[in-house]
Write a protein that binds this ligand. Structure first.
Ligand SMILES: *[C@@H]1O[C@H](CO)[C@@H](O)[C@H](O)[C@H]1NC(C)=O
Ligand SMILES: *[C@@H]1O[C@H](CO)[C@@H](O)[C@H](O)[C@H]1NC(C)=O
Length: 497
């Protein structure tokens, strides 16, 4: 091998020693251990290659060998940069150092610097340098194969960078308001596959490319994963539940709200017992009536995906019984006990009635009424009893009361005859009290049992002369029945003498 420096030897009348050096095969030279320096330069920037430790008394020559060739091109010598150097960049000398500004890609290769002291045969050690021209990465371009994928399908994001020295690292990031920036992957993969894409993948994406020189980030792309609607959730205001679902009170304003996760947001349609009622998320029933009890269905539709889901709730409308509750006392168990009676029939659901102070007494509870049985003898005159009433439509419980009263005095018996003694009217009276006094004539053998006042009318004949009539008054708070008597005298009759 004998080339490269030949021209220089001729042209510059260079010393034979340099020419002799040139006779070395560079391939062999580079294989000499520990002698090759590796220098990295960056495209368009500057690099300085040093020719060892030599002073100004040395003459030196820089040569360049393109990678893959053995052709050594002289590019500079002391005080002189050759034209051939211009392909490397803007080449200048700083003492014996070769300075390349605006480094060109073609500057990559092997450099040698040989030197000797002028006027002597003293040579400096030859310097061998491998220059690598690193190329910065430029802004990569990001592509998403489907920016609005359907949840469950795969999505591929690819990051392309046109130039940049390998190895290039790719950093994949997602940016959302909620989570900030999250790094999803960092490595040598320029393709990010989301398989399957889910709603949680929604957000702005960037890829950043990085090599030994620098890093650059792509512009943001939004990945809008479409999904849903999920099964809708129905809520009610005011909130109340029944055994079968939701409940509302008659005449209340009821708001049914339907909500289903969906992208893009879904549309809602409301049905009552399968007939369409309303379009919109919030269905307001201003004054609900008992006839609006039934099934309410919310249908959620994602028009973009042409998908729909639905949920149904049962709504029961509660209403109060008419009027107001009744509390009273009645004789019970053959006038031994008092039955305290609390009642409010109707409504939905039935009102719940409860006697306060029941102690160990017997309470009979049936639909819409509660009966408390008290032993009459033990009842104190003027005792009050209260029944408490609850119903889902009442904000708070209401109550009614009753007071047991034993009226003063006793039964009053009297007899009145009509004109000509055609009819006789026996009257027994004892008014007031609660329970009322029960009055009967002749142990109930004649007339009816009546409360407070018992009038018995009959058509007399002679057999009634001197007849005794007894009125018996019964009341649970009386230990013994009370009587009053009336005796008829000798009667004269119309038409007789
Ligand atoms: C709606 O359905 C409920 C039971 O599912 C029924 O009780 C109610 O009467 C129905 N209402 C109408 C107006 O059909
Ligand atoms: C029971 O009390 C009432 C008033 O509460 C009174 O008028 C009546 O006389 C009392 N009866 C008896 C038998 O004491």
């Amino acid at each position: 091998m004998d080339h490269g420096l030949t021209r220089d030897c001729k042209l510059q009348k260079f010393l034979a020693i340099l020419c002799a050096l040139n006779s070395l095969t560079f391939g062999e030279t580079f294989s000499l251990e520990n002698k090759v320096l590796t220098v990295n330069g960056v495209l368009d920037r500057s690099v300085e290659l040093k020719c060892g430790d030599i002073d100004a008394s040395y003459v030196f020559i820089w040569t360049f060998i393109i990678i893959g060739t053995h052709q050594a091109i002289p590019i500079a010598r002391k005080d002189n940069v050759y034209e051939e150097a211009s392909v490397l960049g803007i080449v200048t000398l700083a003492g014996s150092s070769l300075v390349i500004n605006k480094l060109e890609p073609r500057a990559e290769g092997h450099y040698t610097c040989m030197a000797f002291r002028e006027g002597t045969y003293l040579t400096a050690p030859t310097v061998y340098i491998d220059l690598t021209v690193l190329v910065p990465v430029i802004e990569p371009s990001l592509k998403i194969d489907d920016q609005t994928p359907v949840e469950g399908t795969p999505v591929q994001l690819s990051c392309t960078v046109k130039v940049g020295t390998q190895p290039i690292t790719y950093i994949w990031q997602r940016h959302t308001i909620l989570d900030g920036s999250i790094t999803l992957h960092e490595g040598n993969t320029s393709i990010l596959v989301l398989d399957p894409a889910t709603r949680s993948h929604t957000g702005w994406y960037t890829c950043t490319v990085k090599n030994m020189v620098n890093e650059e980030t792509s512009g943001r792309l939004y990945l809008d994963v479409t999904y849903g609607p999920d099964e809708p959730e129905i809520s009610i205001k005011p909130y109340a539940i029944s055994e079968t679902g939701f409940a509302a009170n008659e005449l209340e304003e009821v708001t049914l709200n339907c909500s289903a996760a969906s992208n893009p947001p879904c549309h809602y349609i409301w049905f009552y017992n399968y007939s369409q009622m309303y379009t919109g998320q919030m269905y307001v029933i201003p004054k609900i009536s008992r006839t609006q009890t039934g099934m309410y269905t919310c249908l959620a539709q994602n028009a973009h995906l042409n998908t729909r889901t639905q949920s149904t709730i049962s709504l029961t409308v509660y209403y109060l019984p008419v009027g107001s509750p009744t509390c009273t006392a009645q004789a019970h168990n053959n006038y031994k006990d008092v039955a305290l009676w609390c009642s409010w029939p109707g409504g939905f659901p039935l009102a719940k009635l409860k006697w306060l102070q029941p102690n160990e007494d017997k309470v009979i509870v049936s639909n819409s009424n509660a009966t408390l049985i008290k032993n009459g003898a033990q009842l104190q005159n003027g005792s009050s009893f209260t029944c408490s009433i609850s119903h889902p439509s009442l904000k708070r419980n209401i109550s009614c009361s009753t007071t047991v009263v034993m009226p003063p005095g006793g039964p009053n018996c009297s007899a009145v005859a009509t004109k000509m003694n055609e009819f006789i009217m026996l009257t027994c009276e004892w008014t007031g009290g609660l329970p009322r006094i029960t009055l009967q004539w002749n142990n109930n053998l004649i007339g009816d049992i009546k409360e407070s006042s018992n009038i018995y009318v009959f058509k007399p004949d002679r057999t009634y002369n001197g007849r005794l009539f007894t009125c018996t008054a019964l009341h649970p708070m009386m230990a013994e029945p009370a009587d009053c008597l009336i005796q008829l005298g000798k009667l004269s009759y119309g038409g007789e003498d």
